[in-house]
Design a protein around this ligand. Structure first.
Ligand SMILES: *[C@@H]1O[C@H](CO)[C@@H](O)[C@H](O)[C@H]1NC(C)=O
Ligand SMILES: *[C@@H]1O[C@H](CO)[C@@H](O)[C@H](O)[C@H]1NC(C)=O
Ligand SMILES: *[C@@H]1O[C@H](CO)[C@@H](O)[C@H](O)[C@H]1NC(C)=O
Length: 411
């Protein structure tokens, strides 16, 4: 009896040990400092990084690449799948991008992941893009042939991606770019760049679906989060934006795919941003549809243009004034949006002449402006707004321009 109990206990201990080592075996750690990496802020660690990546990627059951505390200079790298198991990238230290730009090299990334399934990036560490050394090379407003500066993180064709507890500062261009990704979750991310830094968007999503961005803080010189062509099933919640340009769907209409659908933005705040939530499409444009946009529980504080639909988007003013956008905007709900606007333009809904917006609903809007230019106002064209609850400023009761007869406001 006793011996059989002891036997069972030994057997139990054995099983526990085996299962722990199994878990560990799955999580083989590849520490870059044990692969030639040096945390002195000067030595180039890109080879140590890509070597660790290759080893982790080729390990059956996957592995974790670890950057322990310390400063690691990393030159631009591309980390490719497919891998033989889940990959972790645990950044506990600081990764430093190289200073400045190499004038002959026009690359779009600092750290780029391609064709990876099941990737976890975490560790509480910092990515420093060293943007101040490069931003003066950004002359894209004057020169359409301008050199592209690198994004801190690019993900192309990445699926089952989690990014948690990472700080990204001073990217030379946008901070995080998702292209053709699926099943992405971003949590507790802190992105920051100065208000005046050029094109330092926080998170840009394109051709991607099922993306969640939760509980994060984004302060930049450009869009906080932008949802471009091919974005679908995007959830944003608990995100604080400011400074920057706010959240944007678009600009749409210049590519071949111009569709964005099912964007859900909740429980977010915007402080001192140029826009709050904006949908922008070029005019003229190609065909496309923006549909099922749901925005709820949003606090605005000193935002220049809290709610915007702009279907005549043309920042450089080199567009035709006579041709209109061919993007149909349909089913947009804005619910419980409150706070202050820093200009009277609290609600601006400028829809397409030829594709008037359909089913735009505003419920419980309370945006005030205190200043010399009078109270906050709503301005609309080519849209019949459906309203419910409080409306401050008063909603456009009738469209500025008569809508066509076949325009059904009830659908
Ligand atoms: C985000 O990171 C910046 C730069 O490191 C820091 O100044 C700021 O306090 C951080 N914010 C939060 C909410 O952690
Ligand atoms: C948003 O906030 C409300 C009220 O605080 C809460 O009930 C709800 O669960 C939150 N929604 C999300 C998606 O976080
Ligand atoms: C609207 O906002 C103002 C100030 O921002 C506040 O005093 C007022 O109570 C709000 N009204 C409602 C109905 O929430």
């Amino acid at each position: 009896m006793v011996s059989s109990l002891v036997g069972q206990f030994v057997c139990f201990v054995f099983l526990v040990v085996v299962s722990i080592s199994r878990v560990r075996a799955k999580q083989t750690v590849f520490d870059v400092t044990k692969n030639g990496g040096v945390a002195d802020g000067k030595t180039d660690n890109s080879k140590a990084f890509t070597d660790a990546w290759t080893q982790a990627c080729q390990t059956i059951g996957g592995g974790v690449i670890l950057f322990p505390t310390g400063k690691y200079l990393v030159r631009p790298v591309i980390l490719k799948g497919e891998c033989k198991g889940p990959i972790g990238l645990q950044i506990e230290g600081t990764l430093l991008a190289p200073q400045g730009v190499q004038s002959s090299v026009d690359i779009d990334h600092w750290i780029k992941f391609q064709h990876v399934d099941n990737l976890n990036i975490n560790g509480g560490g910092l990515l420093d893009g060293q943007g101040p050394s490069a931003w003066h090379h950004n002359n894209c407003l004057e020169d359409p042939e301008c050199m592209r500066l690198p994004a801190n993180l690019r993900f192309d064709f990445v699926t089952n991606l989690n990014i948690d507890h990472i700080t990204s500062i001073n990217s030379k261009n946008l901070h995080i770019n998702f292209f053709a990704c699926k099943d992405v979750k971003v949590t507790n991310v802190n992105i920051s760049a100065p208000a005046e830094s050029p094109n330092t968007d926080g998170i840009h999503i394109g051709s991607s679906s099922n993306v969640q961005i939760l509980d994060s803080v984004i302060a930049t010189g450009d869009d906080c989060i932008s949802f471009s062509a091919g974005s679908s099933k995007i959830t944003v919640s608990g995100v604080h934006c400011g400074p920057g340009h706010g959240m944007s769907i678009g600009s749409l209409g210049r590519g071949n795919n111009n569709d964005v659908s099912f964007v859900d933005i909740r429980n977010c705040s915007f402080v001192g941003t140029d826009n709050g939530v904006r949908i922008k499409t070029w005019a003229p444009s190609k065909q496309g549809t923006v549909s099922h946009v749901y925005v709820e529980n949003i606090r605005m504080e000193q935002v220049k243009n809290p709610i915007v639909i702009d279907q005549n988007y043309c920042p450089a003013r080199r567009c035709s004034a006579t041709e209109s956008s061919q993007i149909q905007i349909v089913d947009v709900k804005m619910i419980n949006i409150w706070g202050t606007s820093s200009t009277p333009n609290a609600v601006t809904l400028k829809c397409s002449e030829t594709k008037p917006c359909q089913n735009i609903q505003l419920r419980d809007i309370n945006l005030s402006y205190k200043g010399p230019e009078g109270p906050a106002v709503s301005a609309c064209s080519k849209v019949d707004v459906i309203t419910d609850g409080k409306q401050n400023p008063p909603a456009c009761t009738k469209p500025v321009i008569q809508v066509p007869h076949n325009f059904d406001v009830l659908n």
